[in-house]
Design a protein around this ligand. Structure first.
Ligand code: PMP
Length: 432
């Protein structure tokens, strides 16, 4: 049976499919389908294969560990790959405070546990998250409840876990307060301090704010630096923890190891996953020692959290990131992408906004630059045309009108250029 036919017959409908292709293997920034067709991968499997597909050094690290020990539960015995990785993560985490670590399997679990830590340690009931955010559909608790976009992620699951409040994100292209940055004077933050905090949940009842410094699924929306700095001061003044969701933006993607490093603050807790083990299931919660030390024994963990093979690969990922200066490479790739997208912006009215940080760049497509009517159909047409021409792209944004560029950070420059050419050809064909 054709694998796509088998998928529709045997895999539940709730798992949607972006691209109707069956991929058999990958090699750095290229993917090959079962018919031998070649694609340039601008998705990295949603920001996961930062060090490329089938990276030989990572394969070796996995193989070596696979032969020694592929599972033991970390709640039953201690093993080295877990603690070695914990040490490395604690050391590379941003800021000067000492850190401690919890390892889990997915981004959703990292978020879930970051929020559990904040609640247990502060003893406060509420969590504040952002509209248009994405923190996971993989657990039916805080990850889903703190995800801002309702459809399709939350469809049919009401009532969700209580105690999560959503506030508008500083999405400056479509300002929820109809202002212009920077003349707005950060009206969105005033709202949090002066209205929300007085009417919805008093700050002393809030355990944590959870924020993506660059919203991923929300469409690569970058929070203004002064917003983040002022938010952190407000949170500190009220003893509220800041949880930084680095699941999509971390691991060099934005041109620094952690996206938060662009913003000049130290988060209290970081949730990370995706690129941490370049695709093996692994995630981490990295928190300040004074917080993590106050968690109650037995209330965190899981059978698989911190699998030895995934940890060994992640240790290698850290080594390669540092040795090959991958974040700096991402910044350079980002400059190339940005320049090319800005040239496209000058040529095609369909592009309403170009934005991003480092190698996390996106374009938002609109039918009319003044009204900013989202061009969702056109977005899908561009993505489909690009696939036919051999480029895999991802859609994002609340209005499904954002094309995000997420290539492996090890992509060869000629493949990056070829991918950008295909993107432009596809846009040209859709507008003509
Ligand atoms: N947070 C962010 C910012 C994400 O982008 C994602 C996944 N797209 C998640 C959390 C959830 O991660 P996972 O799919 O591994 O559960």
């Amino acid at each position: 049976m054709d694998p796509l036919e088998a998928r529709s017959k045997y895999v539940m409908k709730g798992v949607a499919l972006y691209h109707p292709v069956t991929i058999e293997r990958g090699a750095n920034a290229k993917l090959y389908d079962v018919n031998g067709k070649e694609y340039i991968d601008f998705t990295s499997g949603i920001g996961v294969a930062n060090l490329g597909h089938a990276n030989p050094e990572l394969i070796k690290a996995a193989e070596e560990q696979l032969k020694k020990l592929w599972h033991m539960c970390f709640m039953v015995v201690n093993y080295k790959p877990y603690v070695e990785l914990a040490e490395r993560l604690a050391k590379i985490a941003p800021g000067s405070s000492e850190k401690m670590v919890l390892l889990q399997n997915s981004g959703s679990e990292a978020i879930e546990n970051a929020i559990k830590v904040a609640k247990q340690v502060t003893g406060r009931p509420y969590v504040v998250a952002y509209e248009n955010s994405f923190h996971g559909r993989g657990t039916y608790g805080y990850a889903l409840a703190s995800t801002g976009k309702y459809k399709p992620y939350k469809t049919g699951f009401d009532p969700l876990i209580p105690g999560v409040e959503l506030i508008p994100y500083p999405y400056c292209y479509r300002c929820p307060f109809k202002q212009e940055y920077p003349s707005c004077g950060l009206a969105c933050l005033d709202y949090v301090k002066n209205w929300f905090s007085h009417t919805r949940v008093p700050p002393e009842r809030v355990a944590a704010f959870i924020i993506e410094m660059v919203q991923g699924e929300g469409g690569f929306v970058v929070a203004p630096r002064d917003y983040v700095k002022e938010l952190k001061s407000f949170l500190e003044a009220n003893s509220i923890l800041l949880i930084d969701d680095e699941v999509q933006a971390g691991w060099g993607r934005t041109g620094k190891m952690w996206a938060v490093e662009h913003f000049g603050i130290e988060p209290d807790i970081i949730a990370t996953a995706k690129a941490i083990a370049n695709g093996l299931p692994l995630s981490a919660v990295i928190g300040k020692r004074e917080i993590m030390e106050n968690t109650s024994p037995g209330s965190f963990g899981g059978t698989y959290g911190g699998n030895p093979v995934a940890c060994s690969v992640a240790i290698k990922v850290v080594e390669i990131m540092q040795r090959d200066r991958i974040p700096e490479r991402a910044a350079k790739l980002g400059d190339i992408m940005r320049k090319r997208l800005e040239e496209m912006f000058e040529k095609y009215e369909l592009i309403g906004d170009v934005r991003g940080l480092g190698a996390m760049q996106a374009i938002e497509l609109v039918r009319d630059r003044r009204s900013k009517e989202p061009a969702a159909d056109e977005t899908m047409r561009v993505i489909n045309k690009a696939r036919e021409k051999g480029l895999l792209l991802l859609r994002a944004g609340v209005y499904l009108n954002v094309i995000r560029l997420h290539p492996p950070l090890t992509i060869e420059e000629d493949n990056l250029m070829r991918g950008l050419d295909i993107l432009e050809e596809s846009i040209r064909e859709v507008v003509s």
